[in-house]
Ligand binder design. Sequence first.
Ligand code: NAP
Length: 224
Amino acid sequence: MKRILVTGASRGIGKAIAQRLKDEGYEVVTHSFKSEGTDLKFDIANREECRRVIDADIAANGPYYGVVLNAGIASDNPFPALEDEQWDNVLRTDLDGFYNVLKPIIMPMISSRIKGRIIALSSISGVVGNRGQVNYSAAKAGVIGAVKALAVELAKRGITVNAVAPGVIETDMIKDMPVEEVKKAIPMRRFGKSEEVAALVSYLVSEEAGYLTRQVISINGGMF
Ligand code: NAP
């Protein structure tokens, strides 16, 4: 059975992705940071911890077919008020997390000749930028650069690497947003559902999607 790691699978978009992929018959390995009930637990900002836990998992259960790099945080403030800690936390989690989680996974995938699937959650903020999110936009734009470069490196091995860039999706992450005001900026006048993002990810991990790589797929109700 194809093993897929979904990071940040305790809630929100990651939980919906994990459920969808389980329903489709993949062997899903769920991950979170502090929440109970997932298979693996580590801080994606902690390189040593990522390496130790992922190395042990691969040694015990074999290499991954896919990885969905979904775990992430936002910590918003207008730039003049942004604290050093907010910049550092978001960059270390959302951008360094890409490297920390993927690094121990890639060599076992390559040496097992798996035509694997790597999907990273970016954001509309990483594509067009967003007020109050200079740190988050920088990290999510960084993820897009990393995805595009890695896609080129891995293409000849049949491993695809893509980014998904959601607009506003109904999860804990947006609980402090001014709901009605934000909806006015969305042509569909509603927030997206985690299940709608999961449906897109499910296509990207499938074997059928083998010729789709180096892309950023937006899912945002028509925001741009
Ligand atoms: P969420 O509901 O806030 O859930 C975040 C998940 O990430 C949780 O499982 C959390 O684990 C995990 N996580 C956070 N920090 C972590 C760390 N340092 N180490 C390991 N795991 C960590 O988030 P979401 O709204 O579903 O967002 C999922 C992804 O989509 C994120 O990358 C986000 O940036 C992106 N995105 C979201 C939206 C949106 O509107 N919601 C829009 C664009 C992009 P615990 O439960 O253990 O804390």
